[in-house]
Design a protein around this ligand. Structure first.
Ligand code: 3HC
Length: 717
């Protein structure tokens, strides 16, 4: 108790401090410590009120997700039961004031709501993000929240999972005061005011005035379920959380809590919860690189510079400005520069119109972006990112030039999506300072950055790239320098294979529908049309030499290319597009496909959804296994993070490698062997997949073994 929860007294108020770094999660020992501290505070005659506060950088960030992980996988002693601690807080004989800074999330907010009052600093974030983990609030949050903020706001907070800041929480009635200045002093003053009024204790569980009625709330619940279906497609928890809030309206508090518990148990036992909890930890594990530690020096990035104001360069400039980093944005011609700046301004204007931030914030951000046609000021930059056209010759000439200008400790990054970072670095006098920062379009929105570590890249530069990614609000995943790196290398076989079921009997829209029903953000043919059929065709040509004689090649894409159907930008590709770029199935494409199949002597047949999913995903997973074994990704979980944050893979399936584990690697491998027998050499199980399948292992277990082994013998990516 002494370590996790501490008790002191300040001028007549007991102060209970939770001290469980890094985020004061409700790990075993914390609830027990809280109960013991409350007992002691109540017995202390000098204390007229009690303040509960978080030590370090935050209030309570929630239940301990490691405990939830154990419960989700059927290990451990089941999900934690917080009822006793919540009842103990609410029934305390002295008023309890919760003092919030940092975050009060999930179980953190649930503990706060059990207090009689809540105060918070202005930038504190409060919310119920459980749906992001595939669960619902399980510590009576669905019952107390609507009693404090009303049913509509509770539904919105729980379905969206988005936290709110203190001023909004105050408006909603979730907190009682915003404290400017020192939180503890403000909370103590508030507690004394309450004590002076005779110490009234307002029990949230007894409030009913904001609950409305079954009849009145019906439309709110219907709208909440619609919101859940739209924004959290195919997910269980966001729908279930509405059921739990409905119970708050229809049932007495205790019965509502029992209902919540039942639903919580159902959610935590789901594959979705397991996958999402995996995704949570995977995203945090990516920054753990064997030869990089907290002690590794990081370059301070105070000034960035970007070469190229096209879609990528402009997006990266916005990402920098959004994070408060001043950025020089260089183009070759005035017209291109003007276009780039106009696009940035249009994007910011749209955000202002949508109410995301004020015009003043937009002005601040625009002021951080300095458009220019020369390299003036680049000598001051701490980070230069080249975002020019994807041509090795061009990139080499740019790097040779910036090598002459940049200061010695400037990090030189390329935003290449496929090219060899070592070859680019070779034209500079400092390959150790060169790294790939592969942003995804639109770069101001997409969270993924593949950090491409070259042969010579120093660990300080890698650490800096990780730190910059975090500062930009992105997830940086360190990958090795192979063709297409990790994401695009796996995308290629996926795009290639998806075309064969179409030749054999499916339509592009059937394949796409199957993929989106599976949960992908977009179907592969819609992606191809968006990226450009011409791009897909050229990439395919580049890889042709890798194919062995006799290996089947897709035929339709090439024909679309030669017909000038280059995708959305030409109004037609795999689909036809109207003026709003809405895809429509095109009979001409169907006829083209059928003719192509006939010419090639392919007998068309019914293709099942299972076959489509297996062919599209297993080929991608197989490539992932090769990447892992070749060492271009550190962990299978890193590959998952890449696909979850950069390629629209459904988070509730955990990423491609996790998905393979859930199917069973033996099943995946055996199906790959069957496809090999039917479709030839391209389908050959990766040796790692083969081995793990034989051993009855999973990628997740392989990751853990590798992580343990690396702890003893650090190796580079
Ligand atoms: N349980 C266990 N560990 C947690 C945790 C939690 N609730 N929240 C964060 N951590 C760990 C992270 O894994 C990480 O560990 P590591 O250093 O070993 O990798 C460390 O704390 C720091 O986390 P971040 O790197 O994410 O730190 P940030 O400062 O970027 O973000 C945060 C802090 C906003 C609190 C973020 O960690 C977060 O969103 N955490 C999860 C919050 C959440 O979902 N809470 C609800 C939990 S479910 C629940 O409460 C159920 C209840 O209803 C019963």
């Amino acid at each position: 108790m002494e370590q996790l929860v501490n008790l002191t007294t300040r001028d007549g108020v007991a102060v209970i401090t939770i001290d469980n770094p890094p985020v004061n999660a409700l790990s075993p020992g914390v609830p027990e410590g809280l109960i013991a501290a409350l007992d002691a505070a109540e017995q202390d005659p000098s204390a007229r009120a009690i303040v509960v506060i978080g030590g370090g950088r935050t209030f309570i960030a929630g239940a301990d997700i490691k405990e939830l992980e154990l419960a989700a996988s059927g290990r451990g002693s089941g999900p934690p039961d917080f009822h006793r601690i919540l009842a103990r807080i609410e029934d305390a004989g002295k008023p309890v004031v919760m003092a919030i800074h940092g975050t009060a999330l999930g179980g953190g907010n649930e503990v706060a709501m059990a207090g009689h009052y809540r105060v918070a600093v202005p930038d504190a974030q409060i919310g119920q993000p459980e749906v992001n983990l595939g669960i619902i609030p399980g510590a009576e949050g669905t019952q107390r929240l609507p009693r404090l903020v009303g049913v509509a706001a509770a539904v919105d907070l729980c379905v969206s999972g988005k936290p709110i800041r203190a001023p909004e929480a105050l408006k909603l009635g979730l907190i009682d005061r915003v404290i400017e200045g020192d939180l503890l002093n403000g909370a103590l003053a508030f507690a004394r005011e309450i004590a002076d009024k005779g110490g009234p204790r307002r029990k949230t569980s007894e409030l009913t005035d904001k609950l409305g009625s079954e009849f009145v709330d019906a439309s709110i619940f219907a709208a909440g379920r619609d919101q859940a279906r739209k924004t959290r497609r195919n997910m269980l928890a966001p729908l279930k959380v509405v059921d739990a809030i409905e119970a708050a309206v229809n049932l007495p508090f205790d019965e509502g809590c029992r209902k919540e518990r039942e639903i919580f148990q159902e959610c935590i036992a789901s594959d979705q919860a397991r996958a999402l909890i995996h995704a949570f930890f995977a995203e945090r594990a990516v920054s753990k690189i064997p030869d990089i530690s907290k002690e590794t020096a990081v370059y301070n990035i105070r000034q960035a510079a970007i070469i190229g104001a096209g879609t990528m360069g402009g997006g990266i400039a916005m990402a920098c400005a959004n994070a408060g980093i001043p950025v020089l944005l260089k183009e070759v011609e005035q017209a291109a520069l003007d276009r780039g700046i106009a696009t940035i301004k249009k994007n910011y204007d749209n955000s202002v119109k949508k109410g995301r931030f004020s015009p003043a914030v937009m002005d601040q951000r625009m002021a951080l972006i300095h458009p220019q046609l020369t390299y003036e000021g680049f000598e001051q930059a701490d980070l230069i990112i080249e975002a020019a056209f994807e041509s090795m010759a061009l990139k080499k000439s740019i790097f040779a030039e910036i090598d002459k200008i940049a200061k010695p400790d400037c990090v030189l990054a390329s935003n290449t999506s496929t090219l060899d970072i070592d070859e680019i670095a070779s034209v500079t006098s400092r390959p150790r300072m060169v790294i790939g920062l592969h942003f995804f379009s639109p770069a101001n929105v997409m969270r993924l950055v593949e950090i491409v570590r070259g042969q010579a890249t120093s660990k300080e530069v890698v650490a800096t790239a990780l730190a910059v990614s975090k500062k930009l609000g992105k997830v940086g995943v360190v990958v090795g320098n192979c063709r297409g790196f990790v994401g695009n290398r796996m995308m290629l076989p996926y795009m290639r294979e998806a075309q064969f079921p179409v030749e054999e009997g499916a339509t592009p829209e059937q394949v796409d529908r199957t993929l989106t029903n599976f949960g992908m953000a977009m179907g592969i043919f819609a992606v191809d049309d968006m990226a450009g059929v011409d791009v897909g065709y050229r990439v395919g040509q580049e890889y042709k030499h890798l194919e062995k004689p006799g290996v089947r090649t897709p035929r339709v894409l090439e024909k679309l290319f030669h017909l000038g159907r280059h995708g959305q930008k030409t109004g037609a590709g795999w689909y036809r597009y109207d003026e709003n770029r809405k895809p429509v199935a095109d009979p001409e494409v169907h006829a083209l496909i059928e003719n192509t199949a006939q010419e090639a002597g392919i007998e068309r047949r019914q293709i099942t959804e299972d076959e489509i999913i297996q062919r599209c995903l297993y080929i991608m997973i197989n490539e992932g296994a090769k990447i892992l074994e070749e060492g271009y990704a550190l962990r299978a979980a890193d590959i998952d993070v890449i696909y979850l944050t950069g390629y629209g893979f459904p988070a509730y399936r955990g990423g491609p490698m996790w998905y393979a584990d859930t199917v069973g690697l033996k099943k995946v491998r055996d199906r790959i062997a069957e496809f090999g027998a039917q479709h030839g050499d391209f389908w050959q199980a990766a040796p790692l997949l083969d081995r793990l399948a034989d051993e009855g292992e999973t990628f997740a277990a392989w990751d853990s073994k590798q992580d343990r082994a690396r702890e003893h013998a650090p190796a580079l990516v």
